[in-house]
Design a protein around this ligand. Structure first.
Ligand code: DQA
Length: 140
């Protein structure tokens, strides 16, 4: 059976291509999703992409992943990475294999970006513009 992976993006990821292109590049959110879907097709995996600017909505999406018996999660919690206990707790409740991703090199930016509340749960953290594709491959 085809595996299902959910790609979950946090606040401001919908602003890719507009927000700080010197850090996040000029690729739009729409094009990022296109790239992810193309890759998923090539790898014969079902991928569903989500984006929300609201912490509670992200928690609800993660909970839904549990009830839908999703095989893996790729999550970019964006700013919530650095302070959301709620997202960490939601991930822990699912027990689903999860990879944390960041487009920018969070370890070489401001000190507060080096802190990740989800890091204690995820299998791995991948950074860089190709992080989503690499994370999908790792989960497979
Ligand atoms: C980010 C890094 C976060 O620090 C930031 O708040 C984001 C995006 C990244 O993908 O590089 O919104 O998660």
């Amino acid at each position: 059976m085809k595996k299902t992976i959910w790609v979950i993006n946090g606040p401001n990821i919908n602003m890719l291509g507009i927000r700080e292109p010197n850090i996040y590049g000029y690729r739009t959110y729409k094009n990022l999703i296109k790239e992810i879907k193309k890759h998923a097709k090539e790898k014969n995996v079902k991928v569903k992409c989500f984006q929300s600017n609201y912490e509670g909505e992200l928690v609800s999406i993660i909970q839904k992943a549990y009830f839908k018996k999703i095989d893996g999660i790729v999550i970019n919690p964006a700013a919530y990475t650095h302070y959301s206990v709620a997202i960490l707790d939601a991930l822990k409740a699912t027990n689903i294999d999860t990879i944390e991703v960041h487009i920018s090199d969070v370890n070489n930016r401001e000190d507060f970006r080096k802190i990740s509340f989800v890091r204690s749960y995820v299998k791995e953290c991948i950074t860089g513009p190709n992080c989503y594709i690499e994370a999908i491959d790792k989960l497979l």
